[in-house]
Each structure stands twice: as structure tokens, then as C-alpha cells.
Design a protein around this ligand. Structure first.
Ligand code: CTP
Length: 400
């Protein structure tokens, strides 16, 4: 891919893998990117500023002040960059990033940035395995950063295992992929509201009524919409999925009622709303305050209907483009078309449980999209690809 016009800031910290950054810079510059290097003071022990400067065709900075006393403005570097690559990222730099220990130019720049950040860890075997490293990487992921994991192989210490910095080609390819998939920016300025996951309706403090929804489809939709430039409000029931993109605001709820309340805090200001959550249709009338003890041979729990969030969105629709999901086992198209009309939707995504690989839990899905006048069928794909198909369809409708 041509990276011309892309502004890439590489923050080098003090690890032996720093020497490999020369190859990364050469590759990115060859592809047309503008590259700016910053380094931590200890990185200077591993690679020469002169080499990095010659290859990047830019001065390299490691301190807040130059020898002649000029202020190196970290905010300017941060705002200049389209992406920041922290490579190699040592345990020390990672720890500082996660905990806001801002004692050098690299961390000050990182903390001033608004752009996507890629972390390329490099450290010795035990350091990479250490709970603090693992936890810090998880926190960094929760911040919305991308991790390019360390590879396995021989380490500088002579030990063999995971910890080696990803190869420069791998880093360059990841950055190219990022720019390719984020290049469709058709949803800039749009707010997309997405519901995801199951809801859990409490029976007592330890039990609930729920379902097998993983939330994967909704999270994949959120990521894809965010990549296309949308501001995404993601309202999810209990799910192990994590949000990566910084344009996604995640609200975690448990019950259908909580999802209902959260949805209608945002619905009015949304342009597109997609209900992919598997909302429990009924909830226990009463939630016991203490754990229900077993007694007798049967137990009856009275259930009452939950609010239909999507149907209410349909009723309150003013300008929103409204998308629902239907999971059916029989008379699929007829049922989906019925829901489209009854809930006042613009489009419905149908999964049939009769199709292998479709529906809950798995990483794949097979869908049909229906509007009041059209029908389009798609093949079995990963949920990430399905998210693209759904948003392509939405874009065609709203941009027409
Ligand atoms: N949905 C919702 N709130 C509910 C129930 C469903 O927002 N209380 C949404 C789902 O997110 C999905 C769509 O409605 O987008 C279809 O849900 P589904 O459960 O298949 O349809 P129902 O209308 O509940 O009909 P049935 O269960 O009878 O098939």
C-alpha cells in the first residue's frame, strides 16, 4: 500500500530490539510515509540518533529541550501524528503509559495524543510473562490501543520463548492494514447507537435468566462503524468482548430495563441505531433479596414481559435509520418481514438457526438483509466481515 501523506510517529524505548527500528523506518519511508522518531533517554544506548535521523529524514528528539535550549513541544508531535507506534515498547515504558508516569518526552507525547496507538512490546521471557506486563497490556487494550504481540524465538538473554519484538515487516503490514480498512470514512459526523450481548434478569442474588449471546456481532459492528469515522455508543449486556477503537463509548448494563434506559439516553441524538442485542423477553416479577433455598419438587417463578427496546425505538423514530435483528428457526423471511413492519424498522438482519455457523456464540454468521422492498443474501463469513456487509448496506441507504 502507498502510505504517502501518512504521518507516523515512532517512539523508541530502551531495548535491544531498537536496532530493528531502522528497518521499519526505511520500509515506511519507502512507502511514502512521513516518519518522526522520538526516543527515551535509555533508547540512545541502543541505537544512534544519527542513524534514525538519516533514515527518517527528520531530527530525532529524546528530551524536552535541545542542546541550544529549544523547547521540543510534545503536544505538537502528538497532534501531528496520524498514528503512534511504541516500538520497541519495554516493560518500563508500558508501565509508565498505563499509569501516567510522565517523566520523559515519549510519555508526554503519548499522553497528549488523540490518534490510534500501536504498542509493540519487546522484553525478556519472564518480563513478558510477568503478571504486571500482562495486566498492563490488558489495560492498554482497554484504553483502545492496538497491541502487536511479541513473537517467540531466541531472546537477547539466550532464553527461548515469547518476548521478541514483532518483525519490522509485521509492524509495517499491520499499519498498512489499519490505513486500508480505516480509509472508508463515510460515517464521519454520524452517531451510531448499537445494542449488543445478552441481558441477565436476576432471579436472586446468584441466579439469572439469560441466553448464549456472546456480544461478538454487536462489538464487530461497533468497531467497523468507528473505523468508518462514526461516533459509536455501544450498550452491551454481559459479554467478554472488549472495545478497541477510541471512537466507541461503551456502556455496560445487565438487565433489559437498564438497556432500555441507557438506549433512550442516546437515541434522540443518534443517526443510525442497530439493535443486535439478544434481549430477554421476560424477567422475574420479583427478584429475591436472599438466595432462594431449595424446597419441594418444583419451583414456579412468575415472569413479566420486558419492554421491547427496538419496538420503542421504532415508535419514537424521528430521523434515525433503524436496523433490527431477527433470529429465527422457521418461516424465517416471513417472520423477519413481519418484525420489520411491526417494529417500524428500515432494515432487518436475519439469521436462521438452521444455517450452520450462524447466530449466537460462534465467530461466524450467515445473514440475509431485508428492507420493505429488497432482499439480499450473504454467504457464511466471519462476524467482522458480516459487520462490513451490514454497514455497506446501511451506507448505501443513508448516503443515497
Ligand atoms: N429486541 C429488543 N428488545 C426486546 C426484544 C427484542 O430490542 N425486548 C430486539 C432485538 O435486539 C432484535 C429484535 O428486537 O433486534 C428481534 O428480537 P426477537 O427476540 O427475535 O424478536 P421478538 O420481537 O422478541 O419476537 P419473538 O421473540 O417472538 O421472535
Amino acid at each position: 500500500m502507498n502510505l504517502s501523506g501518512k504521518k507516523i510517529l515512532i517512539a523508541v524505548s530502551g531495548g535491544i530490539a531498537a536496532y530493528k527500528i531502522n528497518l521499519l523506518i526505511r520500509d515506511l519511508v519507502k512507502k511514502g510515509a512521513e516518519v518522526q522518531i522520538l526516543m527515551t533517554p535509555s533508547a540512545e544506548q541502543f541505537v544512534s540518533k544519527l542513524t534514525l535521523s538519516v533514515l527518517s529524514k527528520n531530527p530525532v528528539y529524546s528530551d524536552f529541550y535541545d542542546q541550544n535550549g529549544t523547547w521540543n513541544n510534545h503536544v505538537e508531535f502528538a497532534l501531528w501524528a496520524d498514528v503512534i507506534i511504541m516500538a520497541p515498547c519495554t516493560a518500563n515504558t508500558l508501565g509508565k503509559m498505563v499509569h501516567g508516569i510522565c517523566d520523559n518526552l515519549v510519555i508526554a507525547t503519548y499522553m497528549s495524543a488523540r490518534c490510534p496507538v500501536f504498542i509493540v512490546p519487546a522484553m525478556d521471557l519472564e518480563m513478558y510473562q510477568h503478571p504486571s506486563t500482562k495486566q498492563n497490556l490488558e489495560i492498554a487494550e482497554d484504553f483502545g490501543h492496538f497491541i502487536i504481540p511479541a513473537e517467540s524465538g531466541e531472546l537477547a538473554s539466550g532464553l527461548v520463548g515469547q518476548g521478541r519484538m514483532a518483525e519490522p515487516e509485521t509492524i509495517a503490514r499491520t499499519i498498512e492494514d489499519f490505513f486500508t480498512t480505516s480509509s472508508s470514512k463515510n460515517l464521519v459526523g454520524k452517531t451510531v447507537l448499537i445494542t449488543a450481548g445478552p441481558t441477565y434478569e436476576a432471579i436472586d442474588p446468584v441466579r439469572f435468566i439469560g441466553n448464549h449471546s456472546s456480544g461478538k456481532m454487536g462489538f464487530a459492528l461497533a468497531e467497523e462503524a468507528a473505523k468508518r469515522g462514526a461516533s459509536v455508543i455501544l450498550i452491551s449486556g454481559p459479554s467478554a468482548e472488549k472495545v478497541v477503537h477510541e471512537n466507541i463509548e461503551l456502556f455496560r448494563i445487565n438487565t433489559a430495563k437498564e438497556m432500555f434506559d441507557e438506549v433512550f439516553r442516546h437515541y434522540e441524538n443518534s443517526d443510525i441505531a442497530i439493535a443486535s442485542a439478544a434481549v430477554a423477553d421476560y424477567a422475574p416479577k420479583e427478584t429475591a433479596t436472599e438466595k432462594i433455598k431449595k424446597s419441594g419438587n418444583s419451583l414456579t417463578i412468575e415472569l413479566v414481559k420486558n419492554p421491547d427496546i427496538l419496538a420503542t425505538m421504532g415508535e419514537r423514530k424521528t430521523h434515525q435509520f433503524l436496523v433490527g435483528f431477527a433470529l429465527e428457526t422457521q418461516n424465517e423471511e416471513e417472520n423477519a418481514a413481519g418484525k420489520l413492519q411491526k417494529k417500524n424498522l428500515d432494515m432487518i438482519v436475519l439469521n436462521s438457526l438452521r444455517d450452520q455457523g450462524a447466530g449466537f456464540r460462534g465467530d461466524t454468521n450467515k445473514i440475509k438483509i431485508l428492507t420493505s422492498t429488497e432482499k439480499q443474501e450473504f454467504s457464511l463469513k466471519s462476524k467482522d466481515e458480516v459487520a462490513k456487509d451490514i454497514l455497506n448496506f446501511v451506507e448505501i441507504k443513508i448516503l443515497k
